[in-house]
Design a protein around this ligand. Sequence first.
Ligand SMILES: [Zn+2]
Length: 301
Amino acid sequence: MKVCIACGTRFDGSGWQCPLCHFSPKSVGGCLSFINEIPDRGEFYRPEYFKQLYALEASSFWFRSRNSLINWALRRFFPEARSFFEIGCGTGFVLSGIESKFHNLSLYGSEIHEAGLFYASRRLRNAQLFQMDGRLIPFEDEFDVMGAFDVLEHVREDERVLMQICQAVVPGGGMILTVPQHPFLWSRLDDLACHVRRYCAGDLRARVRHAGFEIVRMTSFVSIIFPLMLLSRLFKNRPGRNFDPVAELKLGHPLDLVLEKALDLERALINCGISFPAGGSLLLIARKPGSGRKTYIEDTF
Ligand SMILES: [Zn+2]
């Protein structure tokens, strides 16, 4: 079901014109746009970073491993899902990973920054993209699974985003989240990335429940190389050093492959039911209560 962002009316059908107030979203770069105003420069993210990201993602173990983990979660917990919507899809790297492995899934993505949509639409063949603010999602009971991957930490009103996701997911459907973990890991990287917080596990769990979800599974990841990450962050926080914000993502090919293999092992352990207590990031899988179409299987661990 669609939700008019101007008056809140719920409506069905193929068109987007609101039957009550006649509001219609405009088209921006070939995508329907549901935002009321362009975000300020540096709000949520810096648009100039998308070009760098687009060039970097496929060659970085961190982005490839996160894609593998997201695909694992989707296959493991939502094998019957028919639709997937990603909030804050950036350059479309996550959706492109899903597109290559899940051929029967209808894919949707949104991004508030037009610069991200430009790259995402180049990268994706079968996804429908929207310009949208995660705090105002124009859908209700619509998608089997929704995801937000390293997005919530950019938004002050993260609880509002979670509530909007819960509204847009079908009853019985679910959500997959990743966020950066441990406030004590805060570094200049977080400032540059326009983060407003890093999460504690308990804090994220409470916010997700408050939004209306049941938590199915939660674990840290980037855990078995966590000591390396700690050292790297300590080193980076020393004043007076030349600072390259993407140096951690531009490793030499052999080291990049070794780290990807380490995270492959970590994913195999997560698949066996091991949940890591500490790590660079958190993965959370949640379910919206209700008995809609079955999209979700119980965790057996
Ligand atoms: Zn309306």
